[in-house]
Design a protein around this ligand. Structure first.
Ligand code: NAD
Ligand code: MG
Length: 395
């Protein structure tokens, strides 16, 4: 029986994870669940799974809520504030940490899980983007096991041979990450400045949180995933390529030196990579519908259009620059996407804000969590100033 701590339990990845977990009550029990402010959603999870701890990281202490959680969760202890995320991640009495908080807020608690030597199921790609070197070092030094559940990276992991208990990239020529192209893959480019948050969040193949949905539309999600793949698999940027594949059935591919290409396919359903990582090296039921290739008929592939998706090149540039540049890219993207989702910033200004923030924030060595968080803060200020200026112009 394995105990699970779920960071971001009320989100889209959190819900998919709990769905898989509920299919295997003999294998998994829920030890801790966290949400930012969604108290009612978290309470419902406690009623169902009766975890030892629940955390509301974005709310102050509230005795009334504490009593309600204890009753609903059969003794669940409710904790408040961001520091409680690190505490439950570092707890000794559980086995698997599912890192499914969205954004930079996921870094510190996910790192705490790495330092506690846990089995880490990583959805929060922002942790690796911001602090890849630090994060991978913590995984190695504390004997943690890192299993990607981002669908592309899980696919790459499945395509690689296991050598001495690790996914090996010996004899790998290229990693090919697939991208759906999002809702604006074939929209006229001159109309992109008018698109609304609702249109950007209407992903053709996946139902996801709002931030990653916008990232999928701009392809910054793929840019973040190139950086994520670099750290996970220790492959340089020039050997990680992006391929637009609008059906989202081939989740990624690996090409070897002999010319063989291995891919992983499934219906676009996050329960597939989650079940893979939960069960690994065993296979367990995920609940996903079987893939019917004949009904699909065709799979298509094309190169990404650099003019339509400028965020992709910004991410490659930040990865090549190294140091804190990817943390700056990530922070500026979060600010720009936040402003877009609030209806304040036009969609096409998102890459402009990121580019200026990258130019204005000098890159440093990313050798400590403090340096990374400092770069994150400076980039947020630069991005907010730039967004305010662009909004002034648009008004
Ligand atoms: P979501 O918005 O649906 O859920 C986010 C979760 O994080 C919620 O539980 C929320 O309460 C919590 N949260 C939000 N802000 C927080 C903060 N400041 N501090 C602490 N907790 C906070 O997001 P999602 O779509 O489930 O994505 C989660 C992560 O997984 C992201 O990093 C995303 O890139 C990654 N991911 C998601 C998918 C997907 O299909 N949704 C696929 C691959 C990777
Ligand atoms: Mg992905």
């Amino acid at each position: 029986m394995q105990g699970l701590t779920l960071l971001g339990a009320t989100g889209s990845v959190g819900a998919s994870t709990l769905d898989v977990v509920a299919r295997h009550p003999d294998r998994y029990r829920v030890f801790a669940v966290t949400a930012h402010r969604a108290a009612d959603d978290l309470l419902a999870l406690c009623r169902r799974h009766a975890p030892r701890y629940a955390v509301l990281s974005g709310l102050p202490e509230d005795q009334g809520l504490r009593r309600r959680f204890a009753e609903a969760g059969n003794g669940t202890e409710l904790l408040f504030g961001a520091a409680a995320l690190d505490e439950v991640s570092a707890e000794r009495e559980y086995d698997v940490l599912v890192a499914a908080i969205v954004g930079a807020a996921g870094l510190a608690p996910t790192l705490a899980g790495a330092r506690a030597g846990k089995r880490l199921l990583l959805a929060n790609k922002e942790s690796l983007v911001m602090a890849g070197a630090l994060f991978m070092r913590a995984v190695r030094e504390h004997g943690a096991t890192l299993l990607p559940i981002d669908s592309e990276h899980n696919a790459v992991f499945q395509c690689l041979p296991q050598v001495a208990g690790k996914a090996s990239t010996i004899a790998v020529r290229r990693i090919l990450l697939t991208a759906s192209g999002g809702p604006f893959r074939s929209a006229p480019i001159e109309r992109l400045s008018q698109v609304t948050p609702e249109q950007a969040c209407a992903h053709p193949n996946w139902v996801m949180g709002r931030k990653i949905s916008v990232d999928s539309a701009t392809m910054m999600n793929k840019g973040l995933e190139v950086i994520e793949a670099h750290w996970l698999f220790d492959v340089p940027p020039e050997r990680i390529e992006v391929l637009v594949h609008s059906q989202s059935v081939v989740h990624s591919l690996v090409e070897f030196v002999d010319g063989s290409v291995i891919a992983q396919l499934s219906n676009p359903d996050m329960r597939v990579p989650i079940a893979h990582a939960l069960g690994f090296p065993e296979r367990i039921e995920s609940g996903a519908a079987p893939l019917d290739l004949a009904a699909l008929g065709q799979l298509s592939f094309e190169r990404p259009d650099a003019q339509r998706f400028p965020c992709l090149e910004l991410a490659y540039a930040a990865l090549r620059e190294g140091g804190t540049a990817p943390a700056v890219l990530n922070a500026a993207n979060e600010v720009a996407v936040g402003a877009f989702l609030e209806g304040k910033l036009p969609y096409t200004a998102i890459p402009q804000v990121i580019e200026r923030a990258l130019r204005q924030t000098p890159s440093m060595q990313a050798d400590s969590l403090a340096t990374v968080l400092d770069a994150d803060r400076s980039a947020r200020r630069a991005a907010a100033d730039c967004a305010a200026m662009l909004m002034g112009k648009a008004a």
